[in-house]
Write a protein that binds this ligand. Structure first.
Ligand SMILES: [Zn+2]
Ligand SMILES: [Zn+2]
Length: 296
């Protein structure tokens, strides 16, 4: 992700002389810590909290990966005859350890609101397994994500498929799978990284444009708005255009969540000033209180 463009001298909540909206007084609703299976030795929930305090963020949600390497009884993936993603490193979330860490950080950082949460991967395919975990503790913020797509009988990371198959076809399949996830799972509140494979768009492919996938984006946004849920503006992905956020509003979408998807403490709140400028240009404004989603 490179260096974080937000310096500690940026005051949260301040309005610039040009009247631009505050850039940083936003909850970061998508952060990973040492409890996610894809973070390295520098990941630290406490250090991420310290960074959030330094930036003046009012709240941070630790949305650790909830992924499964085996389908359990009642999981649709089993009935579909699909094998789970077998990529190395994926492991179950240690719910007890994670929640203890959240409790410890709440003690240590009383001025920061710390939300518990998960990023549920393909929850429509792991419905029973994911529901069992969510029922085993308190999770304030649940994100839904498609990372992997069915390919030749198993789930495969969509970023890899981009390099194996025509990328525009993979992108269309991805966005269609997101619709299937929204329609097939009520477990999550916020749709994470709407166009995730875009992060890995092959350098040799035709330039990525949102317009090329407008119809597919709009289908996702309609399904999400129709179920009353929240769109995430993920700042680890290429930032959306103002037009794309307008498509969200036109679909009936009313709420927007900001998420850095930080896997390192230094990435918490990354690019929030730029992202909030895009959201404001599309007509979204801070919600009822500093902890709320942006609304329109
Ligand atoms: Zn993700
Ligand atoms: Zn994430």
């Amino acid at each position: 992700m490179g260096s974080n463009p937000i310096g500690p001298t940026d005051n949260a909540g301040s309005v610039s002389p040009g009247g631009r909206p505050p850039g940083l007084a936003l909850p970061d609703n998508h952060v990973h810590s040492q409890w996610s299976h894809d973070t390295g030795p520098q990941a630290s929930m406490a250090a991420a909290c310290a960074r959030a305090v330094e930036l003046g963020l009012p709240a941070v949600a630790f949305t650790e990966h909830l992924d499964f390497t085996a389908g359990g009884p009642g999981d649709p993936i089993t009935a579909a005859g699909l094998a789970p993603n077998q990529s190395p490193g994926i492991r179950p979330l240690d719910v007890a350890g994670y929640l203890a860490s959240v409790a410890e950080c709440r003690e240590r950082f009383p001025a920061l609101r710390i939300l518990s949460g998960v990023e549920a991967g393909e929850p429509h395919l792991f419905a029973a397994s994911a529901a069992a975990v969510l029922g085993s503790g308190r999770f304030d913020r649940v994100l839904g994500s498609v990372h992997a797509l069915p390919s030749q009988g198993s789930l495969v990371y969509s970023g890899w498929l981009l390099h194996r198959e025509p990328p525009d076809e993979v992108m269309r399949r991805y966005l269609a799978e997101v619709v299937t996830m929204i329609e097939g799972s009520g477990l999550f509140e916020v749709l994470a990284h709407l166009d995730f494979p875009r992060r890995y768009w092959p350098a040799g492919a035709a330039e990525y444009t949102e317009a090329a996938f407008e119809e597919e984006y709009r289908a996702v946004l309609r399904a999400l708005a129709g179920s009353g849920r929240v769109l995430e503006l993920n700042t680890a992905s290429p930032l959306p255009s103002v037009d794309l956020l307008r498509w969200w509003a036109q679909a009936g979408g009313t709420a927007l969540s900001f998420g850095s998807d930080a896997h390192l403490p230094g990435h918490v709140g990354g690019r929030f000033r730029e992202a909030s400028g895009i959201a404001a240009a599309a007509g979204f404004r801070p919600g009822r209180d500093p902890f709320d989603f942006w609304r329109r």
